[in-house]
Design a protein. Structure first.
Length: 365
């Protein structure tokens, strides 16, 4: 199965090389290497832009380049098949650039990193990755399920008096225990939810209200989700804001069908914001966008030219000061499929455009 998947992706790359008159494509980011290899994990540092291996694709050759340090693990655990030629070098005698110079034929070279002065084209690489193949869909469903469960379990375990660092640690621990790399963890308690759209965790203590955000990564894919907890009765204004936010989210998710213009999805969101009495809140934070081998391969805007593809991932994240709603979905012909559900989480039915969907409610403790 991996062989068929890799061959299909190499076909996309080689067609791109031919169309763009390129001699080679070099991939270095861990998600992009995972994509072309069918899921290989090459990360060493969790947030590094490059990992333990580099992939080179030419019209007639595909190589994984690494140091002698990485060769044993890559062969044993990540590159079990023979789809790629493994080229290694002594860590103290050479580096990736020098090896690539010997391997790359003459002509223009493109990359996701700009290595060796190559043409840097991360956006075009992301376009090669869509739509997802059946093997990737299976992995994405597994990742979304694991990420949604991890965040839900962690937020169920939050108690008043915990610091935001404590909550973040719970989220990361549950993710890592499920084999999911926590690429991003945001936590805001009480007034920080009302102040900041990107609240990195601090020593602030939880009293009544806390939001947790997780972007989980595995096999190069990303799953984004947000959950909110309140201790005691939810104030009327917060309940109103949350209800408005999930209705915007419902409008966006239900509009995410193959062939839909992304700008049209954003227009639906803006109308939902306005209908709820919050016409300008969308200006305070981006609304999310396509996802897959990046947390956001592109962000949706009112002027977006992209069109939703079948089996393409999306993570919309509408927010209204004090409230946010977010999950990862697949665009499918029969309707969007939510991947990142949290079992046991309270769900609220939401109607939009004559259709209905359930979205995560505030967990009241």
């Amino acid at each position: 199965m991996v062989r068929q998947e890799v061959e299909a992706k190499l076909g996309r790359v080689r067609s791109f090389l031919d169309e763009q008159r390129l001699a080679a494509l070099v991939l270095q980011s861990p998600p992009n290497v995972a994509w072309i290899t069918g899921g290989a994990d090459i990360h060493i540092q969790m947030a590094a832009e490059s990992g333990a291996a580099t992939v080179l694709v030419t019209p007639d050759r595909q190589c994984v380049v690494c140091s002698n340090i990485e060769r044993p693990r890559l062969l044993a655990e990540e590159l079990a098949g023979d789809e790629f030629e493994l080229v290694d070098f002594a860590w103290h005698e050479a580096d990736v650039s020098s090896v690539l110079r010997d391997l790359v034929p003459g002509g223009r070279v493109a990359s996701d990193s700009g290595i060796m002065g190559s043409l840097q084209i991360p956006g075009q690489v992301h376009r090669l990755q869509a739509p997802l193949l059946p093997e990737e869909l299976a992995r994405y469903r597994a990742l979304g399920g694991a990420s949604g469960r991890a965040l839900g379990e962690a937020m169920h375990a939050v108690e008043p008096g915990m610091s935001e660092h404590d909550v973040a640690a719970r989220i990361a621990e549950r993710a890592l225990a499920a084999g999911v790399l926590p690429s991003l963890v945001l936590v805001a308690a009480d007034e920080r939810i009302w102040r900041y759209r990107h609240p990195i965790p601090t020593a602030a203590r939880v009293t009544r209200h806390v939001m947790g955000v997780l972007v989980g990564r595995r096999w190069g894919l990303h799953s984004s989700q947000t959950r909110v907890v309140h201790f005691g009765a939810v104030p009327a204004d917060l309940a109103r804001r949350h209800a408005a936010c999930v209705r915007v989210d419902a409008a966006m998710i239900l509009s995410t069908v193959p062939g839909a213009p992304v700008a049209g999805i954003i227009r639906a969101a803006l109308q939902a914001y306005s209908d709820a009495g919050f016409p300008d809140e969308w200006r305070l934070h981006h609304q999310g966008g396509a996802t897959g081998y990046a947390a956001r391969t592109y962000k949706g805007t009112p002027s977006s030219s992209e069109v939703v593809l079948e089996n393409e991932g999306f993570a919309w994240n509408p927010s209204i000061t004090g409230a946010k709603s977010e999950d990862t979905v697949l665009a499918q012909p029969g309707g969007p499929e939510v991947l990142s559900e949290s079992p046991g989480w309270p769900m609220a039915p939401v109607e939009w455009g004559g259709r209905s969907i359930v979205r995560p409610d505030i967990l009241v403790r």
